[in-house]
Ligand binder design. Structure first.
Ligand code: KG4
Ligand code: ZN
Length: 355
């Protein structure tokens, strides 16, 4: 019997169990994370070892450094996840892992580790799309949330508007054509000498500024488009700073941060509400690193309430990269019979609709 045939039988046995425990691994960028998740939504442990201090001095993630740190940390993080959950390898029913998109060298560490565990323990392996993981973070905290609904996933690598039609069934309604929202925050933070990662630092500085002080452009693209574009806005901020410098004028950095943030949020909020209207969905969720932004949460909440939509977002720790969200997504893939071969590979870029 092939591994896939053997595992398909095993999944039938697993489905009989009251408690299905998935061990999940996330190494797509600069967080080495492992979790144990029971029945998709009950997080028994979620260990996140952030490498941010190593990358901060370079002003961004250095891929080679990230891969090496994942190699150093992965064993310890897996051990910690098991012991915090109070379980051993013998209690695990399946292994889930992010296999893309992300930094390919970083992904490979998690994928190789997960494949080795699945092979040695004779467990089903489930490859998870990173964005699907972010979307599933909401299931962990909102136990009643069920598809269908609209979600905005805004992170350092992606800005996606997704119609979640079922577990594992996604239609991408819009995506960024250039910079992702989080990437724009990080680049503007660098221009303002705020450091890395930029999002939380821009948000903190923006609290002291006036969001209407500078009229930065909002890019809506062609009529009815739900795609995003943030590179023009980023360039407008850089041009504004350079012009001030050339003219010898002082810059109110808090006003720049607040006005930039408002320009990003206006577009994100308008297009998310438009996506709900277009599809007739009445539940809206927010996910990804940028979902930590308090002003984005508040503005989207207000607009959703006004339109009569239910609105949900995960707490901070589940917004940024973590393995619990991968365990949740992996559980739903497992129970819908989607298991991966041991030849599963890492992919730097990967579409979600063809997934
Ligand atoms: O989801 P995530 O941890 O990693 C990726 O998959 O990219 O997102 C990280 C991104 C970074 O660009 C970071 O600057 C941004 O999320 N971010 C924020 C905030 N917190 C994190 N952006 C705006 N406001 C925040 N409070
Ligand atoms: Zn992410």
């Amino acid at each position: 019997m092939s591994y896939i045939e053997e595992m398909a039988c095993k999944v039938n046995e697993i489905m009989e169990k009251k408690s299905i425990k998935v061990l999940s691994i996330e190494t797509s960028c600069d967080e080495t994370s492992c979790a144990v998740v029971e029945n998709g939504r009950n997080v028994l442990s979620n260990i996140i070892s952030s490498q941010v201090d190593f990358h901060r001095k370079f002003g961004g993630v250095v891929p080679e450094v990230a891969s090496r740190k994942h190699v150093e940390l992965i064993d310890y993080v897996v051990d910690d996840a098991l012991s915090e959950a109070g379980v051993g390898f013998e209690d695990i029913d399946a292994v889930a892992v992010t296999h893309g998109p992300g930094l390919v060298g970083a992904l490979l560490v998690g994928v190789s580790h997960a494949k080795a565990l699945a092979f040695a323990l004779k467990l089903p392996l489930v490859g998870v799309h990173h964005i699907e993981g972010h979307i599933c973070a909401n299931y962990i905290e909102h136990k009643t949330l069920e598809p269908p609904y609209i979600t905005l996933v805004a992170s350092g690598g992606h800005s996606h508007l997704v119609h979640v039609k079922g577990y594992g069934k996604y239609e991408i309604l819009g995506r960024t054509r250039d910079d992702a929202a989080g990437e724009a925050f990080d680049k503007v933070a660098r221009a303002l000498d705020l450091g890395y990662p930029g999002g939380p630092l821009v948000e903190a500085l923006a609290r002291e500024g006036d969001p209407r002080a500078i009229d930065f452009p909002r890019t809506y693209l062609e009529d009815g488009s739900l795609d995003f574009s943030f590179s023009g806005l980023k360039t407008a901020v850089l041009n504004y700073l350079n012009t001030c410098l050339q003219k010898g004028e002082s810059v109110n950095r808090a006003d720049v941060a607040a006005s930039f943030q408002q320009a990003v949020l206006d577009v994100l909020v308008d297009k998310t509400v438009a996506a709900a209207r277009k599809t007739g969905q009445r539940v809206v969720t927010l996910a990804g690193g940028v979902a930590s932004n308090g002003r984005l949460r508040e503005e989207l909440r207000q607009r959703c309430t006004a339109a009569g939509y239910e609105f949900m977002y995960p707490s901070g720790i589940l917004c940024t990269d973590n393995a619990a969200m991968i365990g949740c997504a992996g559980y739903y893939r497992l129970i819908t019979g989607t298991i991966s071969p041991l030849s599963l590979n890492a992919a730097a870029s990967m579409e979600m609709d063809s997934y």
